[in-house]
Design a protein around this ligand. Structure first.
Ligand code: JFZ
Length: 498
């Protein structure tokens, strides 16, 4: 089934550079250019059988122009998109200093001092199961650990370097422990890997005028090391996703990016690979400018919520504090800010990768854990509109975001308005709307209450708009979710700007 789909996709995508604002069904309509009559027939068929869920064509990413046949694995990608929310962890010996990982090497911390920190890195309070249960309790479904950041330190047992966790006082393979904890607890294990390595003698760019001579550096030797280590992540640690980074320096080329993508996918056909494997990533907006040219399965907006896009998958990575790595008393975001960020991200059809930086002793700060727990409680209540959903058809605003799942629409209300007005969707009929987590609804199980009055949100249709009238008392003071049950599969609807 998967294979057949990929074949079809090849027909559809040949020589096409995908736009970023079209609906998913756009790919299907491209099919119609060559087989117009067939497409018309298909359309009629679709219209007459609207009780069947629509089958969606493959997403457009893949290995780039070097191998246009190798497309993103649609099933793996959709599974990952369904997760919507993951935990990012930036951690390493630098936590001992509380400065930024990678970037503080040769800046706040002298090169030699930074490069010796690993000799004191002894996180005796590290408990992988604890970390993963914190992620799980926050409602996160996947986990991404910095296996090697720009500073070159490997937080796993690597056969290809001595600069790894095996040579610290703790000695234990902490990344293996994280992998096993993820597998035990049903969280998707994933790894971050920086292709840029300011520590490796053969990497051919130096950071901040580091004095080591560049003349003896050799990118071919470094590349072999990198491929070997990435091979370890895939074969020894069963990473399900690799979050590459550091592709922007001149040492890393478009050809290397495409080659690395192909190498990874050859080792594991289900692997998900972000777009920083190659040079297509542009600015902090993080999307790929030509998906046919550059390798990568999804876009990576950084420290910002990506713009609405339901044609090229994306994931915003955002820190819970300010720094990626742990910093004492770093400014922590509020529960409300984190939840609104999650809502606007999924409303734009993206995933959110929320970053925490654990302390040098191996624990995650208690105040961060508290925020994560509160996020998790809210997510749990409203999960029907989160997991497995897609963003749209209404595009997010500051006050309102929307997701859909099958025939259900989820309106995430962030303001405190009691009347939510949206343009009615053409051809869609509402059956019922309920306020998720409404205490009244829960009480409606009690036979002594009038369930029909309390359980459902009142809907008024006026002048082409739908108006949802909320009760005075709302279940959450952060954000409330209206579940709207309709008669139509909503994936077919064009995005609507509010
Ligand atoms: C990169 C990393 O440098 C950062 O430490 C973190 O891992 C993040 C997820 O990814 O972020 C960047 C990338 C590029 C620049 C700054 C931060 N840049 O070019 O200035």
């Amino acid at each position: 089934m998967e294979r057949i789909n990929q074949k079809n996709q090849k027909n559809v995508t040949k020589g096409v550079t995908f736009g970023v604002t079209n609906g998913r069904h756009e790919w299907a309509s491209r099919f119609g250019v060559t087989f117009r009559n067939f497409a018309l027939l298909l359309l009629l068929l679709l219209l007459s059988s609207c009780s069947l869920p629509p089958t969606l064509p493959l997403p457009p990413g893949g290995a780039g122009e070097a191998n246009p046949e190798l497309r993103t694995n649609a099933a793996a990608l959709e599974k990952w998109q369904d997760m919507r929310f993951g935990m990012f962890v930036h951690w390493g010996p630098v936590a001992l200093k509380g400065t930024e990982i990678g970037w503080s090497r040769g800046r706040e911390i002298p090169f030699n001092t930074y490069d010796s920190l690993y000799m004191q890195f002894n996180p005796v309070n590290f408990d992988a199961n604890e970390w993963i249960s914190i992620a799980k309790e926050a409602g996160m479904k996947y986990f991404v650990i910095t296996s090697k950041h720009h500073d070159g330190f490997s937080i796993f047992h690597s056969d290809y370097t001595e600069y790894d966790i095996a040579n610290t006082p703790i000695k234990r393979d902490l990344m293996k422990e994280m992998q096993l904890a993820c597998e035990d607890q049903g969280i998707m294990f994933s790894t971050y890997y920086s292709v840029l390595d300011w520590y490796h003698p053969h990497y051919t760019t130096r950071y901040r005028n580091e004095p080591r001579p560049i003349e003896d550096s050799n990118m071919d030797i470094y590349k072999q090391f990198l491929f070997d280590q990435v091979g370890e992540l895939i074969t020894k640690y069963n990473t399900n996703l690799i979050w590459f980074d550091g592709q922007w320096e001149a040492s890393w080329t478009h050809e290397m990016g495409m080659e690395l993508y192909q190498y990874c996918r050859d080792l594991n056909d289900d692997l998900i690979i972000n777009n920083r494997v190659d040079k297509g990533f542009k600015g902090m907006a993080g999307m790929t400018d030509s998906i046919a040219k550059y390798a990568g399965d999804y876009g990576t907006p950084e420290q910002r919520i990506g713009g609405f896009n339901n044609t090229y998958p994306w994931e915003s990575c955002i820190t819970i504090c300010k720094q990626w790595a742990w910093k004492p008393d770093d400014q922590l975001k509020s529960v409300q800010e984190c939840i609104h960020t999650l809502i606007k991200t999924i409303g734009g059809d993206g995933n959110l990768l929320l970053n925490v930086g654990p302390m040098p002793d191996g624990r995650i700060e208690e105040r961060q854990v508290e925020v994560l727990r509160e996020i998790g409680a809210w997510v749990k209540t409203n999960e029907a509109g989160i997991y497995g959903s897609r963003g749209g058809p209404y595009m997010p605003t500051e006050e309102l975001a929307c997701t859909y799942n099958g025939k259900n629409l989820y309106l995430f209300v962030m303001g405190d308005s009691r009347e939510i007005v949206v343009p009615a969707l053409e051809g869609v009929k509402i059956r019922k709307a309920r306020l998720i987590g409404d205490a009244h609804r829960d009480a409606s199980r009690d036979a002594s209450r009038d369930a029909s009055r309390d359980a459902w949100v009142k809907i008024v249709e006026e002048e082409g708009n739908w108006v949802f009238v909320l009760p005075d008392e709302l279940p959450s003071d952060v954000a409330n979710v209206i579940e709207v049950r309709t008669n139509s599969y909503l994936a077919e609807i064009e995005p609507v700007e509010l």
